[in-house]
Design a protein around this ligand. Sequence first.
Ligand code: ZN
Length: 350
Amino acid sequence: MIAKDLFVRWSKRAALVIGAVLVCSVALIAGLWNDRPDLGDIKWPTHDLLNASTEVVDGTVTVTWFGVTTMLFDDGETQILIDGFISRPTIADILLGRPVESDAAKINYVMNEFRMRQLAAIIPAHSHFDHAMDVGAIANRSYASILGSATTAQIARGAGVPEDQVIVVSSNTEYTFGNFTVTLVNSAHAPFAWRGEVPLAGTIEEPLRTPAPVTSWREGGSYSIVVAHPSGTTLVQGSAGFIEGALRDVQVDVVMLGIGQLESIGRDYAEQYWQEIVTTTGAKRVFAIHFDDFTQPFGTIELMPRILDNFVTMASWLEAFRDTWDTDTRLFLPVFGQPIILYPQESPGA
Ligand SMILES: [Zn+2]
């Protein structure tokens, strides 16, 4: 009888201790997840934005940023979409490996709201879900070609995109859409996984049918995307990786600089990345991209938890690199959903 009483008492104590440890762990993880730097602490300006009073002259190129590295180039005649990430799986979807698929209603709304009616090309920087998840669904709602690696092509095929809209690119080859000429240069993904590996590396060998867990979207090769236009040339670097010397012969006006997880890799690597992407290309304007939490709903721009990636620290490093290597280069923040006037043209009457 005494033994039984003791057993019951100990069991209750053990349950209490385990419960307390669980509650503390959940509170700690929630605390770390919610401890985020404030975007308002970065005092970089926004660039000139298109608004109702802007007189748009032929040849004016705008770019509209939609979070992470999805962005729309537009010269009034032709649109080029970099990436396609609208559906936004939640953190629970990602951690639990739940199968996810493109959110048709959200994509219809976004394409209409942001007037994606002249899409000529959709070009993901690489094939991870936070870049390429919706490229097929968007292509199916337009006449646009999807350009990218053989892996990107399998994402398109899995979504049922007609084969004549799927282009597997060759590095350093020019593709023309209206007045835009696009060149994809072989690059590298940020090596931020365990022991300097690339996360979710590898290729997709068969059409990717969805729903599928986010881990099904494999990197499949990363690109520096050069978007040239008679008005000016922009480089989009979606992931914070580089191949030494790959951009030696590329000169641009503007860099859209992917900095996701760059702070977590370290300052020396970040400085080399800046030199390879910004100093080498001679860019005078740099916009940071991929600094926002990609598990948030489309349209919500929030910085990553401090424990994963600290953009405020990163921003101070970028300012130091600029002051060391490229003193006449200016740093900007994009604003979600607002067209940035990249290359204004003089109005004929001005
Ligand atoms: Zn990636």
